[in-house]
Design a protein around this ligand. Structure first.
Ligand code: HEC
Ligand code: HEC
Length: 299
């Protein structure tokens, strides 16, 4: 009886160890393990030169868009599966024409990016199957999820627009339960638009502006062109303080539920945006491929 128990235990132990080993073998590969071939990287490089270099630079060094090689690029992808990088490329790039690359092309582009960051080539090619099991390695530390332009577009743009709209629309007229365009309306504000009253929306937009100042100071945040945002420069810090001040003023005005008072703070908000944009965003000397001169931003 005892020995039967023991052998069952031994068998179970071996099965368990075997499963662990299989799991390790599946997840242990990294980009250092010769996971792509030279030929595959060359095919990716040809696509890169035709469709990516205008924004990311001839040598992947960045330009209008961030670099796709080197320490800063790898820091953002450290510890993530190559499949995520392929997804990013296949579904969102080229940013001017997303959704036009096949999975095979995205995989070839991944191979060319690995080569550009000096990971060694081998004889096997990357495939849809292996992408998910190979991990990228780079410097630790990571990056905040958004670049500066994304934070601006996601938080500051909608919030300040909502407050600017008080010039045209009386927030007191929008009650809880209001349904813009009916139940099928789809925009980034329509869903849930009836949950808070108009005045509450102004409150929250003002709070978003006031609270966003520290987000503009997050260390490691980059601008869209890959340049580190100048978060430690004295004038940048001053501009973010002006933004926080404008947000506080708008919140105080909104709390008074006085439309004219809010309208007055819109000047202060617009100025807070403008003062920083004049120095760090709106650079003269745009070209036909880069009319707003994104490559020169954040200097
Ligand atoms: C019109 C300009 C433009 C073109 C063309 C373009 N990109 Fe991008 N790309 C961007 C911008 C802007 C970002 C930063 C915002 C983002 O991550 O989506 C970016 C980000 C990326 C990232 C993420 C970088 C990181 O550090 O996280 C990858 C990878 C990438 N692009 C690959 C490509 C590839 C491959 C091509 C060609 C098939 C391409 N891009 C073409 C503008 C462009
Ligand atoms: C402390 C400086 C600073 C302040 C304050 C600031 N911005 Fe920006 N903004 C920038 C920079 C720099 C960029 C370019 C970022 C990039 O390229 O990644 C930018 C870009 C933008 C963009 C994207 C434009 C484009 O070309 O895609 C929008 C929208 C924007 N800002 C809105 C606002 C609004 C609205 C405010 C005020 C409520 C504001 N910003 C306040 C520095 C600032």
């Amino acid at each position: 009886m005892r020995s039967r128990w023991r052998s069952t235990l031994v068998i179970a132990l071996f099965a368990f160890l075997g499963a662990c080993w299989a799991a390790l073998a599946q997840t242990n590969a990294t980009v250092a393990d010769r996971v792509y071939s030279e030929a595959q990287a060359a095919r990716g490089q040809a696509i890169y030169q035709a469709q990516c270099r205008a924004c990311h630079g001839a040598a992947l060094e960045g330009g209008l868009a961030p670099p796709l090689s080197g320490a800063d690029f790898l820091r953002g992808w450290n510890g993530r599966a190559l499949a995520q990088l392929a997804d990013k490329i296949e579904r969102t790039m080229p940013a001017s024409n997303p959704g036009t690359l096949s999975r095979a092309q995205a995989t070839e582009l991944v191979a060319s990016l690995l080569k550009a960051s000096a990971f060694p080539a081998g004889t096997a090619e990357l495939t849809g199957d292996t992408l998910g099991r190979i991990t990228l390695v780079g410097p630790a530390g990571g990056r905040p999820p958004g670049n500066m332009a994304q934070v601006m577009r996601g938080i500051l743009f909608p919030s300040s627009n909502l407050i600017f709209n008080v010039q045209n629309v009386d927030p007191g007229e929008q009650k809880v339960g209001w349904q813009p365009g009916g139940p099928t309306a789809f925009s980034w504000v329509d869903w849930g638009a009836g949950i808070y009253s108009g005045w509450e929306l102004v409150d929250y937009a003002a709070v978003a502006l006031a609270e966003s100042a520290p987000l503009l100071l997050t260390p490691g945040r980059r601008c869209e062109n890959g340049r580190p945002a100048p978060v430690e420069r004295a004038d940048w810090v001053k501009f973010t303080a002006e933004l926080a001040g404008a947000g506080r003023a708008a919140y105080a005005a909104s709390q008074s539920r006085n439309r004219d008072a809010v309208i007055e703070t819109t000047n202060q908000i617009a100025e807070a945006c403008l003062n920083c944009h004049e120095v760090y965003r709106d650079k003269p000397g745009g070209t036909t491929t880069d009319p707003s001169n994104k490559a020169a931003r954040c200097y």
